[in-house]
Design a protein around this ligand. Structure first.
Ligand SMILES: C[S@@+](CC[C@H](N)C(=O)[O-])C[C@H]1O[C@@H](n2cnc3c(N)ncnc32)[C@H](O)[C@@H]1O
Length: 345
């Protein structure tokens, strides 16, 4: 029977209001609340936080109190006044000075992803992304559309870097990659995964291959690894000759593309790969029956609103890889967001 105590009604209320929680995190990040608190010698009163970020005091109080309930901040009362400080979560992931900060990813989600999700129903109706309708930019060329401006490209590249500072080790140690001294990270962005690869497998050399404008932006605006065992090569992986390698890494690449484009890319990788070499696909894997994990299902909807691709099951990837010629397919679920697949030529 329907009542306010009905667990179904409570769950529905949580779902309906979930976007407000995301917005609290995004706004606190955008305003620099966690940074002001990280720089302060101790907990700060509302007025000091508001002054530090240039915001209204009475509005800031509501934001800070919501952050406390979300465990993003802690509060202590002194003489009847509230003093706020970062929690462990915000110190590690939300303050910009932290090496594992996820701020750029949150800001990218706030400025880009969130707007695309506003047209989810229409994307499902039409079966395609909503870039043109959301931003007024034609989506003919996926990646020129994804980066509406140089600023957005920098933010997206920094955002992509951030995840590997937390999740990189788990995907790169899912298999022993020490068998592959020459590695090519296709669509490797600013080289964050390459850097992790070198830490874990010090004998290897990694070539990071990405679009010319992305490599240039990475070198000019994003901190790229300054390592003699990492080199950058500009090119289009659908058209240009691929660097020679024993192992090709495709991290968060195939999920951007429809099956036909994936097959085209995988066939090109197969032809460039040395015999006995391998391909490491890093993606968030759907369960075989597609009933979960929920986060991967949501990411697949995200691919619908933002790209031409989707998240896939292990057997879907196996079919794509084996029709390109790869054999010895293995996959490992890491238990984290991203999983790993290894196949051999
Ligand atoms: C979703 S990002 C993944 C980046 C990186 N592999 C990671 O996991 O952080 C996709 C990457 O593919 C690159 N890319 C897209 N189309 C490409 C193309 N035709 N040739 C080379 N790189 C491309 C993009 O510039 C971007 O860096």
């Amino acid at each position: 029977m329907s009542s306010p105590e009905d667990p179904c009604y409570r769950l529905l209320t949580d779902y309906a209001n979930g976007f407000m929680v995301s917005q609290v995190v995004f706004a606190a990040c955008e305003l620099g609340v966690f940074d002001v608190l990280a720089e302060a010698p101790g907990p700060l009163a509302v007025a000091a936080v508001a002054a530090g970020v240039g915001a209204s005091s009475h509005a800031m109080e509501r934001l800070l109190d919501a952050c406390v309930s979300l465990k993003l901040l802690q509060v202590e009362m002194r003489g009847g006044e509230a003093f706020y400080g970062n929690t462990e979560m915000s110190r590690i992931y939300l303050s910009r000075v932290s090496p594992t900060s996820q701020c750029n990813m949150l800001l990218y989600m706030a400025k880009t992803t969130y707007h695309c999700w506003g047209r989810l129903a229409q994307a499902v109706r039409e079966g395609k992304n909503q870039y043109l309708q959301t931003f007024g930019v034609p989506a003919d060329e996926l990646f020129s559309a994804i980066y509406r401006s140089e600023g957005e490209r920098v933010q997206f590249m920094q955002a992509l870097r951030e995840l590997w500072s937390v999740d990189g080790r788990s995907v790169l140690t899912a298999f022993d990659l020490s068998l592959f001294p020459l590695v090519c990270d296709l669509g490797g962005g600013a080289g964050a995964l390459a850097e992790q690869c070198l830490c874990l497998y010090p004998g290897c050399h990694v070539t990071v291959f990405d679009l010319p404008e992305v490599v240039r932006t990475a070198k000019e605006h994003v901190s790229v690894p300054e390592e003699e065992h990492i080199s950058f090569q500009e090119g289009d992986f659908f058209k240009d000759r691929l660097p020679e390698a024993d192992l090709y890494i495709l991290a968060r690449i195939l999920h951007d593309w429809a099956d036909g484009r994936c097959s085209q890319l995988l066939e090109r990788v197969y032809h460039s790969c040395k015999p006995g070499g391998g391909i490491l696909v890093i993606e968030s894997l759907l369960d075989e029956d597609r009933r979960g994990p929920l986060l991967t299902q949501l990411y697949s909807l995200n691919m619908l609103v933002q790209t031409e691709g989707q998240e896939r099951t292990p057997s879907h990837y196996r079919a794509l890889l084996s029709s390109a010629g790869f054999r010895d397919f293995q996959f490992k679920k890491t238990g984290l967001i991203y999983d790993a697949i290894l196949a051999r030529k």
